[in-house]
Design a protein around this ligand. Structure first.
Ligand code: NAP
Length: 281
């Protein structure tokens, strides 16, 4: 808690103007009647080490970290939660007895979104994951934790998929794009973690027609909400889950750490963010 008992939190990135985190946390502060603040801070990569080192004396209770500082936050922390350690990046910071602690809530956000929108996802054991970038790591963590024992990771650059398969251990296999169709045939869930589909352009080259009837399709891209992949999945009669819920749910654990109350992801919050996405098309 900062002076006068008002907790202050932040999101740090570079650039930061596009971040929707202030809108999410601002909504919760307002509706829960908590006299706290949540501000955006633009810090150049040259200065992020100094910024992070100064946090214990800054008056902030903690904050979020976004691109390109998630790895720096992971390095700077005195203590990491299990997800941040395995993922190799942190998106949430808080203080523990004056020392910097860091966690990664993206995996939690991914799982909580599916728990809300397609709870039977946890019965699945076979997953097809497209993409092997930063976000794919959180998805792999969540799928493994949920008990998926056969995770097929497909990426344009095969070496990056191999790296992640090695990092996350047994139960994950790495493949090139050309294998995606064959790997889809018995997948319980298809997850797009590539940036393909952003702005409505370029669906990932996987035929949803090849998925089994009960499959779930989820995209972590949320601009647009209905990506070409999700539209195709719905057209095929499959359960399709958009990526906005992941963004909303990943914010909740940080809010609770800084402001002391676990906030809820409600249709009203979602409506507020959807309106903002619409306004900035
Ligand atoms: P990243 O680290 O840059 O990884 C991008 C991934 O997309 C890589 O696997 C890359 O393949 C693939 N890719 C990019 N262009 C491609 C193309 N033309 N053809 C085939 N593959 C292509 O990005 P990231 O941080 O993982 O983020 C990925 C997406 O997830 C972004 O759209 C981001 O906004 C979204 N995201 C959403 C949430 C949420 O809360 N919903 C959270 C995090 C991220 P290569 O390895 O071959 O380059």
């Amino acid at each position: 808690m900062a002076d006068r008992g008002i907790a202050r939190a932040f999101v740090v990135g570079h650039p930061i103007a596009h971040s929707r985190s202030p809108l999410i946390h601002g909504y919760w502060l307002e509706t829960l009647g908590i006299p706290g603040s949540y501000e955006r801070i633009d810090v150049h990569p040259d200065s992020i080490g100094r910024f992070l080192a100064g946090l214990p004396r800054s008056g902030f209770a903690g904050g979020n970290v976004t691109i390109p500082h998630k790895e720096a936050a992971h390095r700077a922390a005195d203590r990491l939660d299990e997800a941040a350690e395995l993922i190799g990046a942190a998106n949430t910071l808080w203080l523990e007895e004056g020392r910097l602690a860091a966690g990664n809530t993206d995996a939690y956000g991914f799982a909580a979104n599916l728990d809300a929108e397609a709870p039977h996802w946890r019965k699945g054991r076979t997953a097809l994951v497209l993409g092997a970038g930063g976000a794919a790591r959180a998805v792999l963590f969540a799928l493994k934790e949920a008990g998926f024992g056969d995770i097929r990771l497909v990426n344009r650059t095969l070496s990056r998929a191999r790296e992640l398969a090695d990092r996350f251990g047994a139960g994950i296999s790495a493949h090139g794009w050309e294998a995606a169709g064959a790997l889809a045939a018995d997948a319980d869930i298809l997850v797009n973690t590539t940036s393909l589909g952003m702005g409505g352009e370029g669906a990932p080259p996987v035929e949803v027609a090849l998925l089994p009837d009960g499959a779930i399709v989820t995209d972590i891209v949320y601009v647009p909400l209905e990506t070409p992949l999700l539209a195709a999945a719905r057209g095929r009669g499959l359960r399709a889950v958009d990526g906005l819920g992941m963004l909303l749910h990943q914010a909740a654990p940080g809010f609770e750490r800084w402001f002391g109350t676990r906030p809820e992801v409600t249709p009203a919050l979602r409506g507020r963010i959807v309106a903002d996405l619409e306004a900035h098309k």
